[in-house]
Design a protein around this ligand. Structure first.
Ligand SMILES: Cc1cc2nc3c(=O)[nH]c(=O)nc-3n(C[C@H](O)[C@H](O)[C@H](O)COP(=O)(O)OP(=O)(O)OC[C@H]3O[C@@H](n4cnc5c(N)ncnc54)[C@H](O)[C@@H]3O)c2cc1C
Ligand SMILES: *[C@@H]1O[C@H](CO)[C@@H](O)[C@H](O)[C@H]1NC(C)=O
Ligand SMILES: *[C@@H]1O[C@H](CO)[C@@H](O)[C@H](O)[C@H]1NC(C)=O
Ligand SMILES: *[C@@H]1O[C@H](CO)[C@@H](O)[C@H](O)[C@H]1NC(C)=O
Ligand SMILES: *[C@@H]1O[C@H](CO)[C@@H](O)[C@H](O)[C@H]1NC(C)=O
Length: 513
């Protein structure tokens, strides 16, 4: 297998350009106007998470820059903005700092999230500065127990050697280098995610498991099965031998891990606010139908009525929306299993985990962040009862908040055991958190029909808040190009763009154009 280091030299001149090569889906309804074209054209966005809120934001950029005449309606079935990004106050008492319940971290390479936090004057909390002592648990024993001392670092070197981490790092650096081209003025535009993977030189990453990719590129099996797997299990609830290598690489690309103080959802709320779209919360879309109309061919039906639109953006995992679509459209969207994750927040006056549970010797301290590996199971031992457990700071002098991710619900009795009988408040949530991400080379279509787009087609490729904002930027460019002969950064999308690929690290495509 070729190394990413070489792949990273693939030139972005392979970038896909309009017009698309994929033949457009035939509408079942022939376009024919049954109404005079009057008023401002309307676009509907379904979902107000990272994807939907940023889609509204990108459209508004074209409105401001080029006067694109469009009115945007955002439908959100819940009462909150942010989707899988949401916070909760310990004890449901807002005198305590809110804690992220869903998506909690983004990194410096995530330029849209980073830039948005800056532009909207939100404060970032740098998590990499908060030294949490880390352990890796295999279900029966702590394979690794890292305090923050040089002695602990020596133990890592002893266990894995110097080369595995360095090889893994350079593979990830190669991936990130390609990834960063998505923020340049000549970023590829795509209507087919496989083609995008091709142009980024990522086919071997999506077609191999993390285990195969990293071991065949010289990273030791032990490092892959323990450390990299700990990262894929905490980030995606999946083992290193069943997740594709692109998502595995994203899991260990953690430089500058941060979150927005008070909650990441504020970025998405600001996106919507900036866009001045109409926002309909507590409004569930039940179906989308087609009618004979050039100006409003798509009808969105919700519990608040039915409205015609020029174009519709679906910004939620389709099979979780319960939206009815014409069958010819549904059949294009493959079933997509998601990892069902239990998130449990606990407050405790116990300053650390039960050392007996972790089978520690008397002089060993329990780490405050415990990640897990499936390696014990592969060797016939017991499975870990959780994917990750981490202390998340204090809510008072002697009380901590702890977050637990697990595949099954954690019982009260178990909580009493691991927190030495000192459990305060407990909050349990469940999510269809992220797609199952086995190696693959096929992805759902980004464009379902003329005027109908699907942002979350991107999730089985990479599933993060940031990449949802990238996927929506791309979808909005497709939409503006097709329906309004415009784009986010130019009145015409296919015209020659000025040279924006200057080596300016602060340049972010879509923001700076
Ligand atoms: C526990 C957990 C931890 C995570 N950790 C991270 C992390 O650290 N970093 C990271 O980047 N990502 C993380 N993720 C993944 C991240 O949350 C997602 O990739 C991202 O938030 C998806 O955004 P989205 O807008 O595409 O979808 P969603 O956030 O799911 O938004 C979709 C919205 O559509 C709405 N909707 C659905 N159906 C309808 C309908 N019929 N009508 C109207 N509205 C509808 C939903 O209510 C929802 O608000 C995590 C996810 C979970 C669950
Ligand atoms: C919220 O917490 C504060 C500080 O601990 C406490 O004084 C207050 O009574 C709590 N409020 C409620 C409604 O429990
Ligand atoms: C930005 O945030 C700081 C600190 O929170 C605040 O003092 C300042 O007024 C804010 N500026 C704007 C323009 O909102
Ligand atoms: C949007 O921003 C304005 C100005 O900062 C603020 O007054 C308003 O409350 C915000 N609206 C929402 C929905 O956040
Ligand atoms: C994307 O393109 C590949 C060929 O590169 C093709 O096999 C696949 O069907 C296309 N996917 C979609 C969703 O159109």
């Amino acid at each position: 297998m070729r190394s990413l280091l070489f792949l990273s030299f693939v030139s972005t001149s392979l970038a896909l350009q309009f017009p698309f090569k994929v033949p457009f889906f035939q509408s079942t309804v022939p376009p024919e106007d049954d109404e005079p074209v009057r008023g401002t054209p309307k676009v509907a966005i379904i979902g107000a998470g990272a994807a939907g809120s940023s889609a509204a934001f990108w459209i508004s950029k074209a409105q401001h820059r080029f006067g694109v005449d469009v009115e945007v309606d955002v439908y959100e079935k819940t009462s909150h903005i942010g989707g899988r990004s949401l916070t909760i106050h310990p004890y449901d008492n807002d005198t305590f700092e809110p804690v992220e319940l869903g998506a909690s971290i983004f990194v410096k390479a995530n330029k849209n999230m980073w830039r948005a936090a800056q532009e909207f004057n939100l404060t970032l909390r740098d998590l990499s500065k908060e030294d949490n002592d880390l352990g890796i648990w295999d279900g029966e024993q702590l394979l690794l127990n890292l305090g923050n001392s040089w002695w602990d670092m020596l133990k890592v070197l002893w266990r894995y050697g110097i080369m595995p981490p360095r090889r893994a790092d350079s593979l990830v650096a190669g991936m990130l280098k390609q990834y960063s081209t998505l923020y340049t003025g000549d970023s590829p535009k795509w209507d087919n995610i496989t083609d995008l993977a091709h142009s980024l030189g990522w086919m071997s990453l999506i077609e191999s498991s993390g285990a195969d990719f990293f071991t065949s590129n010289g990273v030791s099996k032990q490092y892959v099965n323990e450390l990299i797997e700990a990262a894929t299990r905490v980030n995606y609830g999946q083992n290193i031998d069943s997740i594709h290598a692109l998502e595995a690489a994203c899991s260990i690309a953690a430089n500058g891990a941060s979150q927005v103080e008070g909650g990441n959802w504020q970025i998405f709320q600001r996106f919507l606010n900036y866009s001045s779209a109409n926002i309909y919360t507590n409004t569930k879309v039940s179906s989308i139908t087609q009618k004979q109309s050039k100006s409003r061919p798509w009808v969105v039906h919700s519990d608040k009525g039915s409205t015609g639109y020029k174009a519709v953006i679906i910004a939620a995992p389709f099979h979780q929306t319960d939206i009815e679509l014409p069958s010819a459209l549904v059949s294009q969207i493959p079933e997509q299993p998601y990892v069902h994750l239990h998130v449990t927040l606990v407050t405790t006056t116990s300053s650390s985990f039960n050392r007996e549970y972790l089978a520690l010797s008397p002089h060993e301290n329990a780490p405050h962040m415990i990640l897990t590996t499936h390696e014990g199971v592969r060797q016939g031992r017991k499975a870990p009862e959780f994917n990750s457990i981490s202390y998340h700071g204090k809510i008072s002098e002697d009380e901590w908040v702890v977050k637990i991710f697990s595949e099954a619900p954690v019982e009260d009795k178990w909580l009493q055991t691991v927190f030495n009988g000192q459990v305060g408040w407990v909050h349990r949530a469940e999510f269809d958190a992220y797609p199952r991400l086995p190696p693959t080379s096929s992805f759902p279509p980004v464009r379902l029909d003329h005027g109908l787009y699907y942002v979350n087609a991107f999730e089985p490729f990479i599933s993060t808040m940031e990449t949802e904002t990238l996927a929506s930027r791309n979808v909005v460019d497709l939409l503006l190009n097709e329906e309004f002969s415009s784009s986010i950064c130019g009145p015409r999308i296919s015209g020659s763009t000025k040279d924006t690929s200057v080596a300016d690290n602060d340049f972010v495509f879509g923001w700076d154009c």
